[in-house]
Design a protein around this ligand. Structure first.
Ligand code: COA
Length: 532
C-alpha cells in the first residue's frame, strides 16, 4: 500500500497559530466536560455520598474492565439549555468482562436523576447505537423518572425506551439492569424489560406507585420495601434475578452476568498488530485552521490517523475536491471519503457514489471526514446535472449497509451533510471536532439570502425597502446562525454523538470500528457497481 507523505511545516507561523487556536477550543471543551462530570455539583454529590452511595461515574469505572477505555457519548447533551450539561445521564461504550456493551447510567445528583427531554434523546440514541451495532446494554438505574415540569415534552416519546429494550431482547441482544435506587412508575419497566435484573438491598425501589400514590389510589398503607424493595422482589415477586447486598455486590453480579453470556462478536477480527501512523497525531492541531473557510488537505490528517500512514487512493486525479481511498485503522479495513476543498461538484459526487458501491461489494466499513460547504450551485452546474449527481451520492449513502463512521472536522453545510453521511443518514457513530460548524449554509450567506428575499418581496408588493432595518435584521440573523452552527450547540441537541479532541481521532475511530464489528459487516447486494 502506498505511504502518505506529509509536507507540514511544524516550525511555521501557520502551524503555531493553528495549534494555539485549537488548544483554546479544547480548553473550552475541557471546561464543559468538567461541568458535565460534576453532575449536580458539590452539594448534591456530598449528600449522595453521605447516603453511602457511589457516583454514577464511579459505578461505571468499577463496572468496566480494569484499565479499559470508555467511549463516552453525548457528553455535552443539553449544553446551553435550562438543563444541566450532560442531561442527568452518562452513556457510552465500554468493555465489561470482555464484552463490549453500551452503558446507560443515571446521575442521581442532577434533579434526582430525573429524565428531561435531552436525557431522553441521549438515552434513546444510546439504545439505538446498541440496536444497530448489536451491543448488549447495561443500565445503572437510579432516577426520579420523568422531569415533571417538562413531562409534556417527554412522556409519550419516553415509552420508546421500553420499546427499544424489548426490541433488543427480541434480537437476542442481552440487556441488564443494575438497580441502585429509585426506579419507580415508568422507570420500573427498565428492570421489567431487561433480561437480567439485579436489585440493591435497602436502596432499590421498583414499583409502579410509591406509598403516597397507593394510599391515594386504594387507601392501602404500605412502605417502600413492601412495595418494591430488593428483598421483596427477590423472594416474592421474582422481578429480581439477583439480590445484591450493596452497590459493589451489584456491580460484581453485573460483571458475572456479562461473563456468562457466551457472547461472540459477528464481524471479522482486526489485524492484531497494526502499525501506528508514521506521523504524530499531536500535529493535527497545527494542521487545522480555526477559520473553517481555509481548506486543509485531509491526506495530512489521514497520515496521522491510519495504520502505517498507508493509503490506497481511489481516482486521485478525478473529482479532486473529495479524497477517497482504502486504509486500515487499528487493524480494521476501511474506505475513507474526505472533503478537500469544500465544494462537491458532479465529478466528486459520481466518484463518491462509485466508491461507496465498491465498499459495499467488499463489506468494507466507511469513514466520512466532513469539511464541506455543500454541492456546487450556478447555471453551468445545474445544467450539468448537479442535482442528479448529488442525488446519486445521497442515494448511495442512504442505501449503503456497511457501517459508516462520520467525523465533522471543520464544516458540514447544506446537502453536503447528507451526502457525507450526516446524522440523518444513520452513521453508526458520529463525532465532531471542537471548531466544526454545521448548518444549512454559512451564516453570512444565509443572512444575505434573507436580505435578497426581503428586498424582492418589498419590490413585488410596491413597498419601500427599509435599508437600515434590513442591515439590522441581517446582522441579527447572521449572529443567530453563527451561534447555532457552533459544535456545542449541535452536540447539545444530539445531532452527533459528541465532540472529540482531534488528536484522539484514530483512537475514537478504532473504538468505533471495534464496536460496529459486534454485528455482521455486510454490504448492499443486488446491483453491480454503476460506472458513472
Ligand atoms: N422532576 C423534576 N425534578 C425532580 C424530580 C422529578 N421527577 N425528582 C426530583 N427532582 C428535583 C427535586 O425537586 C430536587 O430539587 P431541589 O434540590 O432544587 O429542591 C432535586 O431534584 C433533588 O430531589 P430530592 O427529592 O431532594 O432528592 P432525593 O435523592 O432525596 O430523592 C427522588 C430523589 C427521585 C426519590 C425524589 O425526588 C422523588 O420521589 N421524586 C419524584 C419521583 C416521581 O414521582 N417521578 C415521576 C415518575 S414518572
Amino acid at each position: 500500500m502506498p505511504v502518505l507523505t506529509s509536507v507540514l511545516d511544524t516550525q511555521g507561523e501557520a502551524y503555531r497559530a493553528n495549534r494555539a487556536a485549537q488548544l483554546r477550543l479544547l480548553d473550552r471543551l475541557a471546561e464543559q466536560l468538567e461541568l458535565a462530570a460534576a453532575g449536580g455539583g458539590e452539594r448534591y454529590a456530598a449528600r449522595h455520598r453521605d447516603r453511602g452511595r457511589l457516583l454514577v461515574r464511579e459505578r461505571i469505572e468499577l463496572l468496566v474492565d480494569p484499565d479499559s477505555p470508555f467511549l463516552e457519548l453525548s457528553s455535552l447533551a443539553a449544553w446551553g439549555t435550562e438543563f444541566t450539561v450532560g442531561a442527568s445521564v452518562v452513556t457510552g461504550i465500554g468493555v465489561v468482562s470482555g464484552v463490549e456493551c453500551v452503558i446507560i447510567g443515571h446521575d442521581p445528583t442532577v434533579r434526582g436523576g430525573a429524565m428531561n427531554p435531552y436525557s431522553l434523546r441521549k438515552t434513546l440514541r444510546a439504545l439505538e447505537i446498541a440496536r444497530l451495532n448489536r451491543l448488549p446494554v447495561v443500565n445503572l438505574v437510579e432516577s426520579g423518572g420523568a422531569d415533571l415540569p417538562t413531562q409534556a415534552d417527554l412522556f409519550v416519546p419516553a415509552g420508546r425506551i421500553f420499546h427499544e429494550l424489548t426490541a433488543l431482547s427480541a434480537a437476542a441482544v442481552p440487556t441488564v439492569a443494575l438497580v441502585f435506587g429509585n426506579s419507580t412508575a415508568g422507570g420500573a419497566y427498565v428492570p421489567g424489560m431487561c433480561d437480567y435484573a439485579v436489585l440493591v438491598d435497602l436502596q432499590a425501589k421498583v414499583f409502579l406507585g410509591g406509598p403516597p400514590l397507593v394510599k391515594m389510589a386504594t387507601g392501602e398503607v404500605a412502605d417502600d420495601e413492601e412495595l418494591g424493595g430488593a428483598e421483596m422482589h427477590s423472594r416474592v415477586s421474582g422481578l429480581a434475578d439477583h439480590f445484591a447486598a450493596d452497590e459493589y455486590d451489584a456491580i460484581r453480579i453485573g460483571r458475572m452476568i456479562m461473563s456468562q453470556l457466551n457472547w461472540r462478536k459477528l464481524g471479522p477480527a482486526p489485524d492484531l498488530h497494526p502499525a501506528p501512523p508514521r506521523y504524530d497525531p499531536e500535529e493535527i492541531l497545527g494542521l487545522v485552521p480555526p477559520d473553517a473557510k481555509v481548506p486543509f488537505d485531509p491526506r495530512e490528517i489521514l497520515a496521522r490517523t491510519v495504520d502505517g500512514s498507508e493509503f490506497g487512493e481511489y481516482k486521485p486525479r478525478y473529482g479532486t475536491a473529495l479524497v477517497c481511498g482504502w486504509a486500515r485503522i487499528h487493524g480494521y479495513p476501511v474506505g475513507v471519503l474526505a472533503n478537500h476543498r469544500g465544494v462537491l461538484f458532479s465529478e466528486e459526487s459520481k466518484k463518491a457514489s462509485e466508491f461507496i458501491l465498491l465498499a459495499n461489494q467488499t463489506d468494507t466499513p466507511l469513514v466520512f471526514l466532513q469539511n464541506t460547504t455543500g454541492y456546487m450551485v450556478g447555471t453551468s452546474y445545474e445544467q450539468g446535472g448537479i442535482v442528479k449527481d448529488g442525488a446519486k451520492m445521497i442515494n448511495a449513502v442512504a442505501n449503503s449497509t456497511v457501517p459508516h463512521l462520520t467525523i465533522n472536522m471543520a464544516s458540514s453545510y447544506g446537502a453536503g451533510n447528507y451526502g457525507m453521511s450526516g446524522r440523518s443518514y444513520d452513521p453508526r457513530l458520529m463525532f465532531a471536532w471542537p471548531g466544526a460548524k454545521l448548518a444549512v449554509m454559512g451564516a453570512a450567506q444565509l443572512a444575505g439570502v434573507m436580505s435578497i428575499v426581503g428586498r424582492a418581496s418589498a419590490a413585488s408588493s410596491g413597498r419601500e425597502f427599509d435599508e437600515a432595518a434590513d442591515a439590522k435584521r441581517t446582522a441579527a440573523i447572521e449572529a443567530q446562525i453563527e451561534s447555532e452552527s457552533d459544535s456545542f450547540y449541535v452536540t447539545a441537541r444530539l445531532y452527533d454523538d459528541g465532540i472529540i479532541d482531534p488528536r484522539d481521532t484514530r483512537t475514537v475511530l478504532g473504538m468505533g470500528l471495534s464496536a460496529v464489528h459486534s454485528t455482521t459487516v455486510a454490504g448492499r447486494r443486488g446491483f453491480g457497481v454503476f460506472r458513472m
